[in-house]
Design a protein around this ligand. Structure first.
Ligand code: I3P
Length: 111
């Protein structure tokens, strides 16, 4: 599954609250491949090649043993889910609508 989502970091992989200044919402082009969610700043450039690498390497989130749930407690934005990973990180993702919200939750939980 692929698509644009906004992401906010809440808890870092060390289990500690993400520090102030690093908690803002940012838009990413997200691609789920096998058990890794790749967060690119943009849709990967089809012109990228070994000689012309994509200038922005993705953030990666390993989703093995992670859990995605509707972020019902987060009321500032709509269509948001929470992703808790096995290394104790927590992220919020905002999707475009309720259908996309459910599709991402199902895909992340059942891969
Ligand atoms: C954060 C940014 C986020 C906000 C977060 C701020 O500041 O304003 O939008 O989350 O609040 O810390 P910064 O850009 O300096 O990281 P919300 O949009 O959810 O309010 P928080 O610290 O309460 O998570």
């Amino acid at each position: 599954k692929k698509g644009y989502m906004k992401r906010k970091c809440c808890v870092d992989p060390n289990g500690k609250r993400t520090p102030l200044g690093k908690r803002s919402w940012k838009m990413y082009y997200c691609t789920l491949l096998d058990l890794v969610l790749y967060l690119h700043k943009d849709e990967p450039d089809c012109r990228a090649s070994p000689n012309n690498p994509d200038v922005s390497p993705p953030h990666t989130i390993r989703i093995h043993h992670s859990l995605a749930t509707k972020a019902t407690e987060y009321r500032k934005k709509q269509h948001v889910f929470k992703l808790e990973t096995s290394d104790r990180a927590e992220y919020l993702f905002q999707t475009s609508d309720s259908k996309e919200l459910q599709a991402w939750i199902d895909t992340l939980n059942f891969v």
